[in-house]
Design a protein around this ligand. Sequence first.
Ligand SMILES: *[C@@H]1O[C@H](CO)[C@@H](O)[C@H](O)[C@H]1NC(C)=O
Ligand SMILES: *[C@@H]1O[C@H](CO)[C@@H](O)[C@H](O)[C@H]1NC(C)=O
Ligand SMILES: *[C@@H]1O[C@H](CO)[C@@H](O)[C@H](O)[C@H]1NC(C)=O
Ligand SMILES: *[C@@H]1O[C@H](CO)[C@@H](O)[C@H](O)[C@H]1NC(C)=O
Ligand SMILES: *[C@@H]1O[C@H](CO)[C@@H](O)[C@H](O)[C@H]1NC(C)=O
Ligand SMILES: *[C@@H]1O[C@H](CO)[C@@H](O)[C@H](O)[C@H]1NC(C)=O
Length: 323
Amino acid sequence: MRVSNLGVYLLLNILFCVHGYVNDVWNNNNNVEGSGVHSIELTQSLNLARQEWIQEACRRRPPRGGLAELPPTQLDHILVSEKHKLLYCYVPKVACTNWKRTLMILEGKWNTTDVLSIPANLSHSMGMFRNLSSVPPEQRDYMLENYHKMIIVRNPFERLLSAYRNKLEGDSISAKYFQDRVGRRIIKAFRPNPSNESLEFGDDVSFEEFAQFLAGAPAELADVARNEHWQPVASLCHPCRVNYTLVGKYETLVDDALLALHTINASHIQFPRLARTSGTADKLRNYYSLLQLPLIRKLYKLYKDDFRIFNYDLKNIIGFDLG
Ligand SMILES: *[C@@H]1O[C@H](CO)[C@@H](O)[C@H](O)[C@H]1NC(C)=O
Ligand SMILES: *[C@@H]1O[C@H](CO)[C@@H](O)[C@H](O)[C@H]1NC(C)=O
Ligand SMILES: *[C@@H]1O[C@H](CO)[C@@H](O)[C@H](O)[C@H]1NC(C)=O
Ligand SMILES: *[C@@H]1O[C@H](CO)[C@@H](O)[C@H](O)[C@H]1NC(C)=O
Ligand SMILES: *[C@@H]1O[C@H](CO)[C@@H](O)[C@H](O)[C@H]1NC(C)=O
Ligand SMILES: *[C@@H]1O[C@H](CO)[C@@H](O)[C@H](O)[C@H]1NC(C)=O
């Protein structure tokens, strides 16, 4: 059966997003971080500090051209909830499934307020939400000025590792699909003398090969190199062109959700208390220690804007920063 490139691209995106989320939750019940421990006031002051950080970072390196100069398709990750005057730029691997589910409830596309009762794949189905790419410029500018604008970010290297572990290392059905469509091509391009099995199944891509693929994908891999799961947040959400008013981080997910729901007058919805993967810090250090410094530098360069704009660094991962 032949599937169009676009079809494969979308399917990969959907599988990746859903499955990655499930793994993250299920590994994760025993850690209190991110489970809603701060007051709304404290969270709001953190939110404002994050906004100021972003503005300062953007002032130092202003983007070339404003929002109006971007092709409209560049705004397709910004989802619209007109009922609650909310724009949400979704970033795969950063709790996007639960926020999409929440958005469904906000938009009256689901009957209960139980976020986890919504099938994950339904929340990712095509056409579920309006996105900013199809909003006429005048209305778009009105929304950008008057709506709440939310983004949730995560340390870029943590997001990458999460993507790798969920899809290239995993053995779920969706991981197998991904290995078949992407893993085999990575092995073909980056492994000298691959075995027939590796070429056939694509299920043993090493973290180093994944990193090499990201750092220097050849032209024939350009379609998968652009996958939304590892595309920098800066290029998905344009944080220097959109003044986000709710800036969440994976590390404080539940507190940030409480603030966001409070802000849009939807406190009746309870955002699920997923905590962080236990042992994440150790895992990060272990995986990244497999990479040579020059390769880490190349990866860092790819995500430099995300590190800079969202105030992340490498200290906890490689022991020092490269900025
Ligand atoms: C954004 O909306 C357009 C028009 O409705 C749609 O074709 C496209 O698939 C949507 N993109 C995303 C990423 O949801
Ligand atoms: C919500 O529930 C009502 C009554 O049970 C039903 O008619 C309606 O189709 C439901 N809507 C959705 C979106 O599930
Ligand atoms: C979601 O997955 C279930 C079970 O795999 C399937 O029955 C259902 O049709 C899917 N729904 C959508 C909207 O893709
Ligand atoms: C691998 O595949 C090639 C070509 O199909 C074949 O000639 C070779 O014998 C295979 N090697 C192994 C070890 O199965
Ligand atoms: C975002 O905020 C900055 C600083 O307040 C302002 O200069 C800029 O015009 C705003 N940009 C947009 C697109 O609203
Ligand atoms: C908040 O929502 C409640 C009911 O959902 C509504 O009665 C109230 O007017 C809303 N307040 C604002 C400021 O929108």
